[in-house]
Design a binder for this molecule. Sequence first.
Ligand SMILES: Nc1nc2c(ncn2[C@@H]2O[C@H](COP(=O)(O)OP(=O)(O)OP(=O)(O)O)[C@@H](O)[C@H]2O)c(=O)[nH]1
Ligand SMILES: [Mg+2]
Length: 283
Amino acid sequence: MGGIQATPPPPPEFDRPWRMMHWGSKDVIEQKLRNFRPDNVQFVRILVVGEVGAGKSSFINSVNNAFQGRITSGALVGGIGGTSFTKAYKTHYIQRKDASHLPFVFNDTMGLESSESGAHVQDIINALHGFLQEAYRFNPASPLSSNAPGYRSSPSLEDQTFCLVNIMAADKISLMDSGVFRKLQAIREAASHLNMPQVIIMTKVDLVCPLVHHDIKKIYTSKRIKEKMQECSNILGLPMNYIFPVKNYHEEIDTEDDMDLLILKALDQIMHIAADKSCTHEN
Ligand SMILES: Nc1nc2c(ncn2[C@@H]2O[C@H](COP(=O)(O)OP(=O)(O)OP(=O)(O)O)[C@@H](O)[C@H]2O)c(=O)[nH]1
Ligand SMILES: [Mg+2]
């Protein structure tokens, strides 16, 4: 009697989604992307960067899975912890059914780390400019110098990055080390200096929200996901409409339309942003 009444915890969900998703429209968005034609280039190049283990390679595979309708592993994925599993700069193409390629490509990079290990910031900046040749092996100790083999001194428009995709794992945002943060900031500043569009893909949403873990369609009603996106926004200083939460394929053996839709929708936004850029990009 007369004890302190605990206030019930606030509900974990908004009454209605704060961002509209037309679940069930995977085919429409897929077709739209398949019909996309960039103006001045054969391929729009998307550079994928982020902390070690954030899900960069998994994201590239997830995009490919969504188009192929099956689980693929073009980009090798590592375990959790340790140093970066991806060691080389590699372009990933997405095949059409006739074996030609879709007009966007992804460049995977070595993960960033707080210490001296991991990709060197200057090498990521080299990649933005298109200075890194295919298969360049990242060297944490020293970035590629302009007179070394493997350095492309006059990159074509197509060699250059059109959009920088920062991958941030939802479960690690609040734990981000200041060293990694400084590296991300330096890359972001270099990209801004080049007037390059930038977005954040927030991965591992299943690890921070049980609602979303059970039903990916709750992604935009989950308060936790919105909070995590706001943290991403604060860290990199990008507005919310440049942040896309996704769950990457990591344990599934078949593709799922709802996961695909979220991934393809993010790609569609990236293509809009990058295509605007391809019209204004200077050689
Ligand atoms: N639960 C969950 N796990 C994920 C997700 N995305 C990636 N993973 C797992 O996270 C681990 C690291 O994924 P990678 O794709 O290798 O990450 P990366 O950023 O390429 O890592 P490095 O190349 O080592 O820098 C793997 O065990 C993946 O299966 C996701 O959305 N949800
Ligand atoms: Mg990787």
